[in-house]
Design a binder for this molecule. Sequence first.
Ligand code: SF4
Length: 343
Amino acid sequence: MSQDAKNTEEKKPKAVALLSGGLDSNLAVRMMKEQGVEVEAVAIKTPFCDFDCGKGCGHRVKEVADELDVKLKTVYFGEDYLRMLKNPKHGYGSGMNPCIDCREMMYGAAKEHMEKIGADFIITGEVLFQRPMSQNNKALHIIENETGLEGKVLRPLSAKHLPPTDAEKDGLIKRENMGDIKGRSRKGQLALAKHFGVHEPPNAAGGCLLTDPAFSKRVEDVMEHAADIPSINDIELLKVGRHFRLNPAVKLVVGRNKDENEIMKALVEDGDVVFEAVDHVGPTCILRGKNDDDAIARAAGITLRYSDAPKDARSKVRVTVAGKEQIIEASPAGIAETDALRL
Ligand code: SF4
């Protein structure tokens, strides 16, 4: 046998995995490694979730990559993601989740890495019919087609229910060893976890924050009122406090506890107005947008509404703009008025 032929024969197939830290992509990598495939992983962080669709599982992604003994590359989506979110080609799911466009961006990042390292294909932990918007045959086909990855994406957990990929056709992996899991039941995954000795497999992850109805309302509001796209700081602010739209040009965010007050202080930007009750325990509040006297007076009243200040008397409020403090007096806002402005 010539040396060239020997080298070709010895070359291991190589795949790039979209790794989330959840169970499904973890199992997908294990299935590939069991078949002798060399795997590198890409983890995605969007402004709305730590990694991929893993609600809360994202922090485990590095740990999982170590356990799996795979190299990990983390890709951060920022403004490019927000631009897509403003007008996703394939629309939204039940909340503001643009799952098909989002998956396309993730596939794009995996494709880039695949080309960079000369991998043969991509693997994901997707399970057919597990998620309504992005994991049905039509959506999977659209995503592959629009990212130029037709035949290049293998979903090991569901592969037997999907058309053969190039990796199967070319004999890089054996289709008969692939999974036939579909739907929302976790039985198949738990059996595989047992097979691979994965102890304490994490629960099924829900979608990212964009699938949460209450959070989606805030996202919709900030998208609608941003001149172009909101900033990453605007999005971080959506994750804390109670939110009030005072008028089309200005909103108020009211901290709900000490921790949120601290986070909010760290998010204050030039042009923000910060409110705090002077003589009573209460929230830190941020007024963001084009403020005027009416917005300042309303914000002071809402600040007092959520403080320990007496509800039937005027109290002092510290108003800080660009480091300059001013003390004003206001009456706490009424419940009906406050509720009507709440997002
Ligand atoms: S739930 Fe949808 S929008 Fe959110 S990270 Fe997953 S695919 Fe993306």
